[in-house]
Design a protein around this ligand. Structure first.
Ligand SMILES: CC(C)(COP(=O)(O)OP(=O)(O)OC[C@H]1O[C@@H](n2cnc3c(N)ncnc32)[C@H](O)[C@@H]1OP(=O)(O)O)[C@@H](O)C(=O)NCCC(=O)NCCS
Length: 299
């Protein structure tokens, strides 16, 4: 097996193995009360966005992106694992970490993670979002991360519970400085170029008042993708405004909440959504940022 830097022409194979690994892992760790995840080929919007995200990371963090390759019987190489990481102002984050189900449990993940962690040199602080996979959690703890169990929220929004929200407007590319400055206050590092990506892919809600400021990227289902605010009141307003985007009957998710995000848990419960636990927010030399909802891709 060879661990080597990822290239643009690895993106398709890395996306395909990620889909396989995710499907297998969701089926294995799903609580009995939840419906099985959809099987079959990935939705085109998931694939397209995954590939654009990989391209973005290769452009800005080439040294943080690695693949594992084996030689096939025909003598060509086959990509069987991927780890993509990023560095933003002295904060290192792991954006993707997957091994094809066929190759799992044989040391590939450990070798890939070691390569990606090499890119964290000079960054004391780190952030990773872990699935419930015990192999992932083991490697993160052994790399010095504290594991904070996370709550996942899902359901359809009770529209009769939506309050009137003021002080929130639609944002755009011109709000990047505001987003970066909120990031620095809340998690000690701006997202920088990732805001450009998020702005191109998702809707942006912004609140900028005398009492504080914040932002929330939201997808077409009304699910917040990433949210940061300088106080809980603004964070709650932004979250309500995101949930209000949700079309009637749409499945909404709010992911990766630690116990530090009770402001979000309270909004979720008031909106009629339900809670369960899954996975960890893994932090190194960093207290859980709050009020904050990290994104899986840019953390
Ligand atoms: C998580 C994942 C990337 C790890 O890759 P892998 O190649 O399977 O992992 P490895 O074989 O290198 O094992 C990792 C560690 O877990 C240990 N391990 C193996 N099976 C285990 C089990 N059932 N329970 C606990 N630990 C286990 C290994 O011994 C190893 O620890 P060590 O290096 O200290 O010996 C891979 O399993 C995967 O893609 N899982 C599904 C998707 C996922 O959850 N990705 C993580 C995203 S955060």
């Amino acid at each position: 097996m060879l661990i080597r830097p990822m290239r643009d022409d690895d993106i398709g194979a890395a996306r395909a193995l990620t889909h396989e690994a995710l499907q297998r892992s969701r089926a294995a760790t799903r609580p009995a009360a939840l419906p099985a995840p959809p099987s079959g080929p990935p939705a085109p919007d998931w694939s397209g966005r995954w590939e654009r995200r990989a391209k973005h990371l290769l452009r800005h963090d080439a040294e943080g992106c690695w693949v594992a390759e084996i030689e096939t019987d025909g003598g060509s190489g086959e990509v069987i694992g991927v780890a993509m990481s990023l560095r933003r102002e002295k904060l290192w984050g792991l954006s993707a970490f997957f091994v094809h189900p066929r190759a799992q449990g044989a040391g590939v993940g450990t070798a890939l993670l070691d390569a990606a962690l090499g890119y964290s040199q000079g960054c004391l602080r780190g952030i990773v979002i872990s699935t419930a996979d015990p192999r992932a959690a083991r490697r993160y703890r052994l790399a010095g991360f504290t594991l904070h169990p996370t709550i996942r929220v899902a359901g359809t929004v009770d529209r009769s519970a939506l309050p009137v929200v003021d002080g929130v407007r639609t944002g755009g590319p011109g709000d990047q400085d505001l987003c970066d400055s909120v990031d620095r206050r809340v998690r000690g590092a701006a997202h920088g170029v990732d805001h450009e990506f998020l702005c191109a892919e998702y809707g942006l809600l912004v609140s900028d008042t005398f009492t504080g400021s914040g932002y929330c990227f939201v997808d077409s289902s009304g699910s917040p993708v990433q949210l940061a605010a300088t106080n809980r009141k603004i964070a709650q307003r932004l979250l309500w405004a995101a949930l209000a985007v949700s079309p009637e009957g749409a499945d909404v998710r709010i992911d990766y909440l630690t116990a530090d995000q009770e402001w979000a848990v309270d909004v979720a419960l008031a909106a009629g959504l339900s809670l369960r636990t899954e996975g960890y927010l893994c932090l190194r030399h960093l207290r859980p940022p709050a009020p904050y909802l990290p994104s899986g891709a840019f953390l």
